[in-house]
Ligand binder design. Structure first.
Ligand code: WQD
Length: 350
């Protein structure tokens, strides 16, 4: 009898990284189901996933913090072999303004998912973590053994706590195999041009802001400070194509399937530091569009520089980033043009 496909539950499957990960999981031969409440995404994302993959991914609408929904999913799906937990609030400035909402949502949803995993003996769990856990580190590049500095925001703190919770659960449940993936700065869109970041509301991240300045949605990119101790005075980050991050999740499950028991952290970055001005120049180079720039004050909470040592993911997951920042910015621009041409509102309101 033919061995059935492994089925992965993706919480937050309609989100930016979640949707790109679903495409890569399907491509790697997994079955996928999703839970998403569309609080920061739209259900149209599943139509786009079907256009790319030919697969209709079932999505259960609701808040993953509610265990009843998880029970309903499990009953309907009969079996789930692994879970990727993306569903979380992720805006740094918003978390500073409303910390209780962030702790309640991000920790609450993780606790309900991990208690469900334990109850139903699901043994493979991938956690969506972030480079935000490192805090303001001076010794670069950061690797998975770099001691963490205090997180710069409640959002970052929820990721630190999430990792601590999972390390404790892994110790208590030896048969559970966990991979915690620390994303650096995800940018770009699927090469098909049919999937990308939906900046719902006003984007805060640099890449969508560049797109908005290039398309006239905003007058210019306000560069938050050009007097940092870096090669051009602007902050350094590690930008990584969202599809490279997505592919790492499929490789993480292949890794977990071979383990008896584990709880491993992996950096997902390009391993290269890029300044704000260099990312803007990369966009200008591939699109031949001049991006208006104004130099503003520093943004509270920003660190001067952070970028990854991502050799562990290469060694243990067999993962290698494939896209350059030029290709990432090109794909982001193409996705924007497709959104505009499909008359998709420039800023689909929440
Ligand atoms: C990058 C650089 C800004 C906007 C955050 C989270 C991180 C992850 C990615 C979730 C900084 C500068 C930005 C602008 C600017 N999210 N900038 N003008 O802050 O590195 O990371 O998003 O996991 O956890 O912390 O990303 O894109 O906001 O900023 O000059 O209009 O671009 O100062 O140096 P960040 P970002």
């Amino acid at each position: 009898m033919q061995k059935r496909k492994q089925k992965i539950l993706v919480t937050g499957g309609a989100g930016y990284i979640g949707s790109h990960t679903i495409v890569e999981l399907l491509d790697a031969g997994y079955d996928v189901v999703s839970i998403d409440n569309f609080s920061n995404s739209t259900k149209d994302t599943f139509t786009r996933i079907k256009k790319i993959t030919g697969v209709v991914v079932p999505n259960y609408v609701g808040d993953v913090a509610g265990v009843a929904l998880l029970e309903r999913v499990f009953k309907k799906e009969k079996y789930i072999d692994g879970i990727i937990h993306f569903a979380a609030l992720k805006s740094v400035p918003e978390s500073v303004a409303d910390p209780i909402r962030y702790y309640k949502n991000n920790i609450g949803s993780l606790l309900s998912v991990i208690s469900f995993v334990k109850k139903h003996n699901i043994t493979q769990f991938v956690f969506s973590s972030s480079a935000a856990v490192y805090g303001d580190i001076t010794k670069l590049p950061v690797n998975e053994k770099t001691p963490l500095a205090p997180p710069a925001s409640p959002y970052g703190a929820t990721k630190v706590m999430g990792e601590m919770i999972l390390q404790d659960v892994a110790r208590a449940v030896p048969e559970l195999k966990i991979a915690m993936l620390r994303y650096f700065n995800p940018i770009g869109a699927h090469t098909s041009g049919m999937l990308g970041e939906l900046p719902l509301g006003v984007p805060a991240n640099l890449a969508p802001v560049i797109i908005e300045a290039a398309s006239g949605v905003r007058k210019s990119v306000q560069v938050f400070g050009d007097n940092y101790k870096t090669r051009d005075g602007t902050c350094i980050r590690d930008y990584i194509h969202v599809s490279d991050i997505a592919r790492a999740h499929a490789l993480a499950f292949r890794f977990l399937q071979k383990q008896k028991s584990c709880c491993e952290v992996f950096n997902l970055g390009s391993g290269r530091g890029v300044t704000v001005l260099e990312l803007i120049q990369a966009f200008e180079k591939v699109t031949e569009i001049v991006v208006p720039v104004t130099i503003g004050k520093r943004r509270a909470g920003d660190m001067a520089a952070i970028y990854s040592d991502c050799r562990k993911a290469k060694k243990m997951l067999g993962w290698m980033p494939r896209f350059s920042i030029q290709e990432a910015m090109q794909s982001a621009w193409q996705w924007h043009l497709n959104l505009v041409n499909n008359k998709h509102p420039k800023r689909p309101l929440k």
